[in-house]
Design a protein around this ligand. Structure first.
Ligand SMILES: Nc1ncnc2c1ncn2[C@@H]1O[C@H](COP(=O)(O)OP(=O)(O)OP(=O)(O)O)[C@@H](O)[C@H]1O
Length: 359
């Protein structure tokens, strides 16, 4: 289902009546901008939406001319709008980028197979070459197989760890210099909150970075770091972009869902709350005595890892040995134990007397 109508209808612009747009003062206001609550016309909305993303790209020097950039394309609203806006800005401002769509097929029947059809249409609509890599080819397992083996609980851990690596591997095949993803301001605020709730200081310290992995094989960045999800949906709706709008059938992550709802409630009361949470995340200072994981490479696959074996190899090992829970949380077997010990060590050191972070 590639329709954006349902989302758009939910976001139908509030009755702007016959008021004039506060930006151009000429055309009728067509919507109340979610980020600022300004009454503006469609044309001005497109301009501010695109200009803010361009400004984010320029201010943070996200790209260099001549770079090959792989756009993580799931077929969902965020990455579809990202692909569309990035190709527009690339043309308009002469970024000089070679853009590609990169999709990971996790092997989720009735979900990813349908969304990949959307990406294939986007390939033609935007004239961007598409590369698809699959969990089946990379790991020998689809998510359907994995869920059969471990059930619904914890399946997101496998999916997240495998996807991260799959995007890197796909980008390497494309000889990409950078990966961009459609993570938006709401996603980042949600992650800041979750990392605080979990006491995950290592992740808290880097989850607001606009570019990560600069020391790894292929840096990845988030041009939508300051872009509100509601505005992305509005933009896609008004521009009639072709995207897929169904939730993953295997995502029962209640804890994340709670953080998401909490942020939506805050946004309703005060739209700036999203930007303020990001700002708070950016300004956490980790005590210099806090022990942080050291980046190395996985002995088996060579992928970046702070352990002897990377998380993907540990999880895969568990699956292949019929012990799928091996790498989940704090297990008692093999490398999982090593991992658990390490995370216990780093967590307790954060919570103990050295565990202060300055705000
Ligand atoms: N299967 C995939 N293939 C390629 N990139 C992906 C895939 N899944 C996620 N991504 C990238 O990671 C970003 C965040 O993914 P997430 O699963 O949080 O989806 P989302 O917030 O619903 O985004 P989208 O609307 O683009 O699906 C996406 O915008 C996209 O860039």
């Amino acid at each position: 289902m590639g329709s954006s109508v349902a989302d758009g209808a939910k976001l139908q612009p509030s009755r702007a009546g016959s008021r004039l747009c506060v930006r151009c003062g000429e055309r009728k206001a067509a919507l109340k901008r979610p980020k600022t609550l300004e009454q503006i016309c469609r044309e001005c909305f497109y301009i501010v939406f695109e200009d803010e993303i361009h400004q984010t790209i320029v201010d943070n020097s996200l790209f260099k001319s001549g770079e090959r950039v792989a756009i993580g394309a799931s077929g969902g609203k965020d990455s579809t709008v990202l692909a569309y806006v990035l190709s527009e800005l690339n043309r308009r401002h002469n970024y000089g980028l070679d853009l590609f769509l990169l999709s990971v097929d996790e092997g989720i029947t009735g979900y990813r197979d349908d969304s990949l059809e959307t990406v294939k249409r986007n390939e033609i609509q935007y004239g961007l070459p598409l590369k698809i890599v699959s969990y089946k080819d990379l790991y020998g397992w689809t998510m359907d197989d994995i869920v059969k083996a471990i059930g619904l609980k914890n399946n997101c851990t496998f999916c997240g760890v495998f996807r991260r690596q799959a995007l890197d591997r796909g980008a390497a095949l494309l000889k990409a210099d950078k990966i961009v993803t459609g993570h938006n301001a709401d996603d980042i605020a949600e992650t800041v909150l979750l990392n605080i709730l979990r006491g995950d200081i290592a992740r808290l310290s880097r989850c607001t970075f606009i570019t990560t992995g600069e020391d790894g094989p292929i840096p990845r960045c988030k041009p939508f770091k300051y872009t509100y999800e509601k505005e992305i949906v509005m933009y896609a709706y008004f521009k009639k972009l072709d995207y897929f709008s169904t939730e993953c059938i295997y995502s029962p992550n209640a804890y994340r869902g709670f953080a998401r709802e909490f942020i939506k409630d805050l946004e309703r009361m005060r739209p700036r709350a999203i930007l303020d949470i990001i700002k708070s995340g950016e300004n956490f200072r980790i005590s210099t005595t806090t022990k942080m994981p050291e980046q190395g490479t996985c002995e088996r696959c060579g992928y970046i890892s702070s352990q002897r074996l990377c998380k993907a190899c540990v999880l895969l090992d568990g699956l292949n040995r019929g012990l799928p829970k091996l790498g989940i949380g704090r297990t008692k077997a093999g490398d999982g134990k090593e991992h658990a010990k390490h995370s216990e060590r780093s967590t307790s050191s954060l919570q103990g007397k050295h565990g202060n972070f300055d705000f």
